[in-house]
Design a protein. Sequence first.
Length: 177
Amino acid sequence: MTNYTICVFTENTIGLLNKITIIFTRRRINIESLTVCETERKGVSRFTIVIKHEKRDEVEKIVRQIRRIVEVLAVFGYLDDEIVYNETALFKISTPMDAKPLDVEFINRHHKAWVTYWGLDYVVIEKAGSEKEIYDFFNYIKPQGILEFVRSGRIAVGRTPQGLVAYLPDADWEFNL
């Protein structure tokens, strides 16, 4: 199985997520991760979809089918070595009074993870990196007692000199907050 990352630029319209995901459902392909956010272009959203599949030609068919959706402005498909990508995870770790203290300095230096909240009974640690790096940290911190664990979907940018929005029709560059 090969990881494919599909980046879809769309108009920001209601119901579009369903139109896109139904393409994968009909082909019985599981979406491993899905991230949606507004881009630097006003009114343009970016879907970052990760799937695992054996056949590149089937993935190319999916990309072509997504391109046919009226609200879709552009679609790009990538292998892992063609993009720069990351994920973020939050770990809620138990810190009872009688427990061995966390070695925060080791966690920062070795795992490049950061305490983002420190409470009386627990801490929240943020770890960014690849899926493997996050699960390596998961295995390291597991003996401490993980109360909650959540991992974001992949975010990615292409390894191209210009941004992907350069391929989109001209529009406002105002970012809405």
